[in-house]
Design a protein. Structure first.
Length: 134
């Protein structure tokens, strides 16, 4: 899935799936796919990495969050709830089980030019191998 050309990212917690948020991130969005697998050394000492799959890691800035969206993201972060991230609503394969990996509360600042909105940054990491399985 090409996550850099999609405008809307949809996120919801796995437990209730009743409080869906559609995020409109600022660009560019940082997305990396890190190998998940095992590594070992050969008898000659060469390291061999066997990547079975990849995990999603994303950093995105958000500048136009409503009070309710900011509160919801911070609530999910405080409880470390598993979330479903949908990168493309037309592709059932583009859903990932993630969590908010921010070291601090992700949304902490109102916009200076428009105090009706909040800004923040999200760090998302897939919890498993990136696949969403129920």
């Amino acid at each position: 899935t090409d996550v850099t050309s999609s405008w809307d990212w949809v996120v919801d917690d796995v437990l209730t799936q009743m409080d869906v948020l559609t995020l409109h991130p600022d660009w560019p969005v940082e997305v990396t796919w890190r190998p998940l697998g095992a590594s070992s050394r050969t008898s000659a000492g060469r390291q061999v990495v066997i990547a079975r799959t990849h995990t999603l890691h994303a950093r995105l800035a958000l500048s136009w969050l409503t009070d309710s969206a900011a509160g919801q993201l911070n609530w999910w972060w405080a409880r470390q709830l598993p979330l479903v991230l949908t990168l493309d609503t037309s592709d059932a394969e583009a859903q990932y089980l993630v969590q908010l990996a921010n070291a601090q509360q992700p949304v902490q600042q109102r916009r200076g030019d428009n105090p009706n909105y909040w800004r923040g940054a999200l760090q998302l990491e897939s919890i498993n191998d990136g696949a969403l399985v129920f």
